[in-house]
Write a protein that binds this ligand. Structure first.
Ligand SMILES: [Zn+2]
Length: 75
């Protein structure tokens, strides 16, 4: 990837991130995902292999490591 799809910036950083996914009516948080993060706008991009691993993780029989309460605000 050479250019941010959101802001057009060319500088990125490899970083572990966390991301909330909406799966079958519930929200799940995945931690420690290796991502490429835009230095300008913070847009997170996962490579195809990582995205596939996340998909398998969320749709497989894996038990979550732990549970937490998600607080939701309406803007
Ligand atoms: Zn950007």
């Amino acid at each position: 990837m050479s250019k941010c799809e959101v802001c057009g910036n060319h500088k990125f950083r490899r970083q572990e991130v966390e991301e909330v996914f909406h799966i079958d009516g519930r929200y799940v948080l995945v931690e420690h995902i290796p991502a490429t993060v835009c230095l300008q706008c913070g847009e997170k991009t996962f490579d195809a292999e990582t995205a596939e691993s996340i998909r398998r993780l969320l749709h497989g029989q894996n038990k979550p490591q732990r549970s937490t309460v998600l607080e939701v605000f309406a803007f």
